[in-house]
Ligand binder design. Structure first.
Ligand SMILES: Cc1ncc(COP(=O)(O)O)c(C=O)c1O
Length: 681
């Protein structure tokens, strides 16, 4: 097995031309990288791969003069350049290095290589997720994987970035990541891309060992000692995202869902509907025109088993509020993982999280934790029943899968009639409906449980009048903040609308994807929990608690809530403009709070709203946007993603207008319209 490090190098660079041969302490930058590459444990040979352009002759000449093998190939098709270089030197395993990383740590690279070998992976790297300083980048892959990528990759971006195809197709290639053991290092910038990077490196390198490549810990300790050096290019580090963020590239043809469909056939024989969640099932997606299984996510993007990438407007059905693989949350989970997951007694994490919730949520005097939103809403209902000694419940909105709620909906199969009759559903903003129920019912109601806001703003004083009405009847007011919590405001919708309920349920975004929910409320009612049975093995599971603490701390530290609202507003404005542009005012509208906006299609003479929505979802997916009917924005939806989504809207709304004008939209759809699971909002 021959392992070859191939260093890609070229003279052209938009920000710092000629950087790879720039002088750094009396030697060209490329020489630093070569010295480090040669010292990597397990690497048999080191090769430089540059382009055939005459501008790159100087690299080939330098290599010739210093006895370094240099292969030349395509300038833009770097994948082909790697493939040809790897074949020319007979590599079985290829390590991809870049010539702008003079502080490369041979031992980190050696670990990436060892990881590939020991895990029998096809690809291993230390760049995905981003946890190491920028400038220690190392990727390793087998020649077999490189062969496949070079034959199959068609997108220009996949050809330019060499390994993107492998990382996108995780259902086919086994991908492993070496995560930095020290957290917070992703902010360090040790690469060479700008004049200030060069100034930084020139100031730093005299402090480093001169006779061998520095280890990353040595580099770090110099920087910790010399903050003035770090400050030289700190501003560039802050712009890292902007520098590296790329506009999304769409497949040239409609995406293929062959792997999704084949997996569905297999898995649906083992798992009813092949998923755990109705809203993630095939029932909710256009037939044969949508992905059914995802492999991974990063920021606001997700990849499916066919290797297609999407801007994700669903975000796991709303938990992923900071984005996939948020570095702060992931670091908190990893830190807790070194201590344990579930314990035989409570941990102090429970108190740490409770303390934060009590600080931020107006109604929270005491707190209990659950795993799903349903745990929390159902615990509120049980508490209210225990506290009031009454059985009946008034519900408004969606509250989860438990008997007390789902029995009152049209999806009540399996629910006993006695349970079903205890819950009455009412429309939002209709105080009269609740007044009527309360007047008609002598036994009284234990609670009114309501989503404080969904697609429309509460009517003036609706929520406060509701609270007063409930209290006049000895009924508790429960806010279901499973969606609104950690999204509308850190303290939930109750802090936005200034109405404090007796109890509230939180979930979804609380753990950025970890399974955690909370019941919070007045201490006098919460104390009932000392007798009321709300008790589960995993209520105090520590990874989720650690994640929730990290989410809250980040939301307090950074403008997450404001950014969500701003992103949502920008998207909504763009969508409204598109609706006007294509004359679709009576067809589609967008409503709600900016951080969670809902799309509403209306029945047309020649098309049912379900058919319109099906067409919309299918066409958005074709354009690389995974969407169901709402904008579930995350902190990771940046300007590139917003631009991508709005461009997709523009073209999809044009298609909708066109198909409507043609008539017979539903028949021409060619697939069944998606029918709702039930209507609740
Ligand atoms: C408002 C609301 N409440 C409760 C729930 C139930 O939460 P879970 O699915 O986590 O049990 C949901 C889920 O979508 C919800 O949207």
């Amino acid at each position: 097995m021959t392992a070859v490090a191939i260093i890609q190098a070229r003279m052209s660079s938009s920000r710092l031309p000629g950087k790879v041969l720039a002088d750094l302490g009396g030697r060209p930058v490329l020489d630093w990288v070569l010295r480090a590459a040669t010292a990597i444990p397990g690497i048999d040979r080191v090769v430089v791969a540059t382009s055939r352009f005459t501008a790159d002759d100087s690299i080939a000449d330098w290599c010739g003069a210093h006895g370094v093998r240099c292969e030349r190939g395509s300038e833009s098709d770097v994948l082909e350049r790697y493939h040809d270089a790897a074949s020319a030197v007979g590599a079985d395993v290829v390590m991809r290095l870049t010539a702008d990383c003079p502080l490369l740590d041979p031992h980190v690279c050696g670990q990436v290589l060892a990881l590939l070998r020991r895990s029998e992976a096809d690809y291993a790297s230390n760049i995905d997720p981003t946890t190491w300083p920028d400038g220690l980048d190392c990727e390793v892959f087998t020649s077999a994987a490189l062969d496949i990528a070079s034959k199959e990759a068609v997108l220009p971006g996949d050809r330019e970035h060499v390994t993107r195809f492998l990382r996108a197709h995780r259902h086919r290639f086994r991908v492993e990541s070496l995560v930095c053991p020290l957290s917070g290092l992703a902010r360090e910038r040790w690469t060479l891309d700008t004049e200030s990077d060069l100034a930084f490196l020139r100031a730093l390198t005299p402090h480093l060992p001169q006779d061998r490549p520095p280890s990353f810990v040595e580099t770090l300790s110099v920087l910790d000692r010399e903050p003035a050096v770090r400050a030289i290019n700190e501003h560039v580090a802050a712009d890292r995202q902007t520098l590296t963020a790329r506009a999304m590239e769409l497949p040239p043809n409609p995406p293929s869902f062959d792997v999704s469909n084949a997996l569905y056939t297999k898995i649906s024989s083992q798992i009813p509907l092949a998923t755990q969640t109705f809203s993630k099932s095939r029932m909710q997606y256009p037939l044969n025109s949508a992905p059914l299984f995802l492999t991974h996510g990063s920021g606001s993007r997700v990849w499916d088993v066919d290797g297609n990438v999407y801007v994700d407007m669903i975000c796991g059905l709303l938990p992923v509020v900071l984005g996939y693989r948020d570095p702060d949350v992931d670091a908190a989970i990893r830190r807790q993982l070194t201590r344990g997951i579930s314990f035989s007694l409570a941990t102090t994490l429970e108190g740490e999280l409770a303390e934060r919730l009590i600080e931020i949520i107006p109604c929270a005097e005491m707190v209990r934790f659950g795993k799903n939103g349903t745990d929390a809403t159902s615990a509120c209902v049980r508490l209210a029943r225990a506290y009031t000694g009454r059985d009946r419940i008034i519900a408004c909105g969606y509250h989860g899968w438990q008997d007390w709620y789902i029995g009152a909906t049209t999806r009540s199969k399996g629910e006993p009639q006695d349970v079903r009759s205890l819950t009455s559903l009412v429309p939002y903003n209709d105080l009269g409906a609740i007044e009527k129920l309360m007047a008609e019912n002598n036994e009284g109601f234990a609670a009114v449980i309501i989503e404080p806001m969904t697609s429309v703003m509460p009517a003036p004083d609706y929520l406060s009048k509701l609270r007063d009405l409930a209290h006049r009847h000895g009924t508790l007011l429960v806010f279901d903040e499973v969606i609104t919590g950690f999204r509308f405001a850190l303290g939930g919708a109750q802090s936005v609308f200034g109405v404090t309920p007796d109890l509230a349920a939180f979930g979804k975004a609380m753990g950025n994807g970890m399974a955690i929910s909370a019941v919070v409320g007045r201490a006098e009612i919460m104390r009932e929990m000392e007798e009321v049975f709300f008790s589960g093995t995993f209520g105090g599971e520590a990874l989720s608690l650690a994640a929730a603490i990290a989410v809250i701390d980040k939301m307090r530290r950074e403008p997450v809530i404001e950014t969500l609202a701003r992103t949502g507003e920008t998207l909504a404005n763009g969508v409204r403009a598109g609706i006007a542009r294509y004359g679709l005012e009576g067809v589609l509208s967008i409503k709600g709070h900016p951080s969670w906006m809902l799309l509403q299609f209306s029945d047309q003479k020649r098309a049912r709203k379900e058919a319109l929505r099906t067409l919309f979802i299918r066409e958005m997916i074709r354009r690389g946007v995974l969407i169901l009917g709402s904008h579930n924005v995350s902190y990771a939806h940046g300007p590139n993603e917003i631009a991508h989504v709005l461009a997709a809207y523009d073209s999809v709304l044009a298609t909708v207008a066109e198909k409507l004008a043609e008539g017979n939209l539903e028949q021409n759809l060619g697939i069944p319209a998606i029918e709702p699971i039930f209507r609740v909002r």
